[in-house]
Design a binder for this molecule. Structure first.
Ligand code: NAP
Length: 283
């Protein structure tokens, strides 16, 4: 069996073409959509991600600024900045980067981002909207997993999907989005007893643990679909996923590559959210 590569580049390009047009229409109407990234760390991976978001925004005609509060910022300072940006009519969208300073909880400070500008769906309010099926912005990475599966014609309704990872940023919101697609969802984590037995029972396995090479051919049944959310630094400094791609070749029906799978769709969806937030603010 050949393992199909679930690339995200085509879908991202289609989403970006639409976003670019909508951003241009907003700019023609008076003001470009504006995203502000709030950073409170000196983490190199976060710095790289911020630069890639700035480049993506620039390509699409979205204005993107960064507010750097420093790696020692207090929860209060972060909340104050997020409250200010939430109230600023010149700002359409706010994204808080992780990691946060030690002792600062994401859910605690993210509650200061108003839902209408919370384009990565990190605030408890946004997560509540998602859980109850009300309109709001879902976290872009989780949304990208579902969008990528649909784009490649992977059925979800009635299918058993196992998610490896239960974070508030990826695993939990993804479980909500998959339930909304009528999938049967199992969420695994580091305390799951016999992970290979649980994931081998699933039709689709989503790896979101942040552990390079965690998922191998032992973790899937023949013909399962694998979606790899993981972005880890490989031994040579390159980016690698959570799936040992070599080991599952020929056993998995399909696997999303890292890089080039979930990542580009995530960025494209984030930028689309910025334009949606700007459109809503001007209507
Ligand atoms: P996280 O907050 O560290 O959460 C990791 C989750 O994986 C936790 O629930 C943890 O379980 C579980 N886990 C860790 N080791 C495990 C193991 N050996 N077996 C089973 N479960 C295990 O990470 P995150 O923020 O959700 O990110 C996950 C990955 O996605 C990272 O590689 C991150 O870089 C990547 N990511 C990618 C994108 C993208 O756009 N492609 C966006 C965001 C994140 P416990 O809860 O029991 O600790």
């Amino acid at each position: 069996m050949d393992t199909t590569s679930l690339t995200g580049k085509e879908l991202a390009a289609a989403l970006n073409a639409d976003t670019k047009q909508r951003a241009a229409a907003l700019t023609d109407g008076g003001t470009a959509p504006r995203l502000v990234l709030v950073v409170a760390n000196d983490d190199p991976a976060s710095g790289w991600y911020v630069k890639s978001l700035q480049r993506a925004a620039e390509r699409l005609g979205i204005s993107c600024d960064t507010v750097d509060l420093g790696a020692e910022a207090s929860a209060e300072a972060i909340r104050t900045e997020l409250t200010k940006l939430s109230a600023d009519p010149a700002v359409d969208a706010v994204m808080l980067q992780t990691p946060l300073p030690a002792g600062v909880a994401l859910a605690d400070v993210a509650s200061a981002i108003v839902a209408a500008k919370d384009v990565d769906g990190v605030s408890p309010h946004s997560l509540g909207l998602l859980a109850t099926g009300l309109p709001g912005f879902p976290p872009a990475t989780s949304q990208a997993v579902v969008a990528l599966a649909k784009h490649h014609g992977i059925p979800l309704a009635g299918q058993h999907v196992a998610i490896v990872g239960q974070s508030n940023v990826v695993g939990k919101p993804l479980a909500q989005l998959l339930l909304a697609e009528n999938a049967t969802v199992t969420v695994c984590h580091s305390r799951t007893t016999d992970l290979p037995a649980v994931t081998s029972a699933a039709d689709v396995v989503v790896a979101a643990a942040g552990r390079a090479g965690l998922i191998t051919e032992r973790h899937i049944h023949k013909g399962a679909v694998l979606i790899d959310v993981g972005t880890n630094e490989g031994p040579d400094g390159s980016i690698v996923g959570d799936v040992d791609a070599e080991s599952v070749q020929g056993k998995a029906a399909a696997l999303s590559p890292v890089p080039g799978g979930v990542g580009p769709v995530t960025t494209a969806l984030l930028m689309r959210h910025v334009v949606q937030a700007a459109e809503a603010a001007r209507s």
